[in-house]
Design a protein around this ligand. Structure first.
Ligand SMILES: [Zn+2]
Length: 242
């Protein structure tokens, strides 16, 4: 086989590896970011529970204050008792006191109900907190794994990139230029197999004479339609069944 063609085939193979490694590496930050979703969800649940607790505690405080105010009300009303002159006034004051006492009972009932809810909500907190912690641990493990993967990929790239340059420099400058140009224009697929008489890059038919030339492999042939570089592999027939 033409040594230039051989190098071109190697170059395509190595570029495929590089593209795959780079893609894998580039996807990692997003994968790590997505991995945070679990934590965010658990943290949101915990925050919601904590906010609810704060709100309930405030309501309880308000109810306690209301009870204090109403007790004051009773005390003040009772001081009026010494000043009354008629039975009618006297019973009016007592009835006012009774009304306030009823109000206090209602407030105290509400407070009790609230305390039960509070207690229940407080009991939910530890498990919500441990859920958060668990998710954080899962994420941290995942993140470490992904960071190690990125590092490993970078090391592989550090090894493979010089090999790519080496193969590139073994090519005619013109051919390398052509390859690089096509690499960009043809989405990274430059050197392709011919199967039967079909270019595996653009899937168009190749003229019979060119198929013969490609099979011989003594020259560098380009597809007339897509300009990709063509080659033939003997195992081709069985490797790519149609
Ligand atoms: Zn083609």
């Amino acid at each position: 086989m033409n040594p230039q063609l051989k190098s071109l085939i190697q170059l395509q193979k190595i570029d495929n590896e590089i593209v795959e490694l780079e893609r894998g590496k580039a996807a990692i930050p997003q994968q790590i970011e997505s991995g945070k979703a679990g934590i965010k969800e658990k943290q949101a649940q915990l925050k919601k529970a904590q906010d609810t607790l704060t709100e309930l505690q405030k309501k309880r405080k308000d109810l306690e204050n209301d009870v204090i105010i109403e007790n004051d009300h009773i005390a003040k009303t009772k001081t009026k008792l010494g000043l009354v002159k008629t039975n009618k006034e006297y019973s009016a004051i007592l009835s006012e006191v009774d009304t306030v006492k009823e109000k206090i009972l209602i407030l105290e009932d509400q407070e009790l109900e609230l305390m039960e809810v509070l207690e229940r909500k407080e009991k939910e907190l530890p498990s919500l907190k441990s859920n958060c912690k668990e998710q954080e641990e899962i994420f941290n493990t995942y993140k470490l794994k992904k960071e190690a993967e990125a590092e490993r990929t970078e090391k592989e790239l550090e090894i493979i990139r010089p090999r790519r340059s080496q193969i590139g420099s073994s090519l005619d400058a013109k051919l390398l230029g052509q390859y690089n140009k096509l690499f960009k224009a043809r989405d990274g697929l430059v050197v392709v197999l011919v199967h039967e008489d079909i270019c595996q890059g653009c899937h168009q038919k190749i003229l019979p004479q060119q198929v013969i030339d490609v099979k011989m492999g003594e020259t560098v042939n380009s597809c007339e339609q897509c300009l990709r570089i063509l080659y033939w592999e003997e195992t081709n027939e069985s490797a790519v069944p149609k």
